[in-house]
Design a protein around this ligand. Structure first.
Ligand SMILES: [Fe+2]
Length: 280
């Protein structure tokens, strides 16, 4: 199965929506009220798959997400004839109406946190039905104390909720590099439990002074991330629905926008036709 191929739409890459190798677009919900992101903007460009990507459901918070936010999210999905909706596994506030941190924090890898996340995901999935929902695993620079590994947490979450996995390849690469685990083993362990998959790709940089990789969405996608992407496509064959590149800063010229899109397409095509090789 060939996944839908696209970009997370930004002002700077909207011209690329007419590229013949692009048939998917991801719209960030928080920007969807701008005229730039509306239905009229993406219609007529042979886009088969539109994902609405939200930032503030905060499914790791103790309270379930607010209904006003969910109503608006669903309305934008309907308006854009969306295929799917997504947000991140983490928390951005302490509770509904509480303090917003403006960034995703990782959930503690504990049974009570798993119960809360699953309850919130069940709630969200019912609310946004019939749109399938995907949860993105985030990049983190710290981990809260826990009682299980991240793959264990994710496997149980997928089994209990049936939620889709938005596998951000660069996030797994960054976490593996920063916390000393093998990203390929991580994907190998979790992938069988994800019922359906979307992917993100992006490029960041390694800060020598801090000894950390930062997923800044500001650089070309590194070779190791392309390698992990190809590997993950192979592991997820038959259930990867869509893949998107995210770029949010230091925007490239047209040639580079197209180069990365075409590379993403070619690797997916090679995998779906059985030509890709997986080197573990
Ligand atoms: Fe992402």
């Amino acid at each position: 199965m060939m996944p839908a191929i696209g970009y997370a739409v930004r002002r700077e890459n909207r011209f690329i929506l007419s590229d013949p190798k692009l048939n998917a677009a991801e719209i960030t919900f928080e920007h969807a009220d701008l005229p730039l992101w509306t239905k009229s903007f993406i219609s007529g460009d042979d886009i088969d798959y539109v994902a609405i990507h939200a930032l503030k459901l905060s499914v790791g918070s103790p309270d379930p997400p607010g209904k006003a936010y969910l109503d608006a999210l669903k309305a934008v999905a309907i308006e854009n004839n969306a295929t799917a909706i997504s947000d991140h596994l983490g928390f951005t506030r302490d509770g509904e109406g509480g303090i917003e941190m403006g960034h995703f924090a990782p959930v503690p890898l504990t049974q009570p946190a798993l119960d809360v996340v699953c309850r919130n995901l069940d709630f969200v999935q019912k609310y946004v039905d019939p749109f399938p929902f995907y949860i993105e695993t985030i990049a983190y620079l710290f981990q809260l104390e826990g009682t299980m590994s991240e793959p264990e947490f994710l496997k149980k979450m997928f089994q209990r909720t049936g939620v889709g996995w938005l596998l951000d390849i660069t996030n797994v690469y960054a976490n593996g590099r920063n916390f000393g685990f093998d990203p390929k083993e991580f994907v190998e362990e979790v992938m069988p439990y994800a019922p359906r998959v979307q992917m993100h790709l992006a490029g960041g940089f390694f800060d020598e002074e801090q000894g950390l990789y930062f997923d800044t969405h500001s650089q070309p996608i590194p070779d190791d991330v392309w390698d992990l992407y190809e590997y993950s496509l192979k592991l997820g064959q038959g259930k990867v629905d869509a893949v998107f590149i995210e770029r949010d800063a230091e925007f490239p010229g047209e040639e580079e926008w197209r180069r990365e899109l075409h590379k993403m397409y070619d690797l997916a095509e090679g995998t779906s036709s059985g030509q890709a090789t997986v080197n573990s």
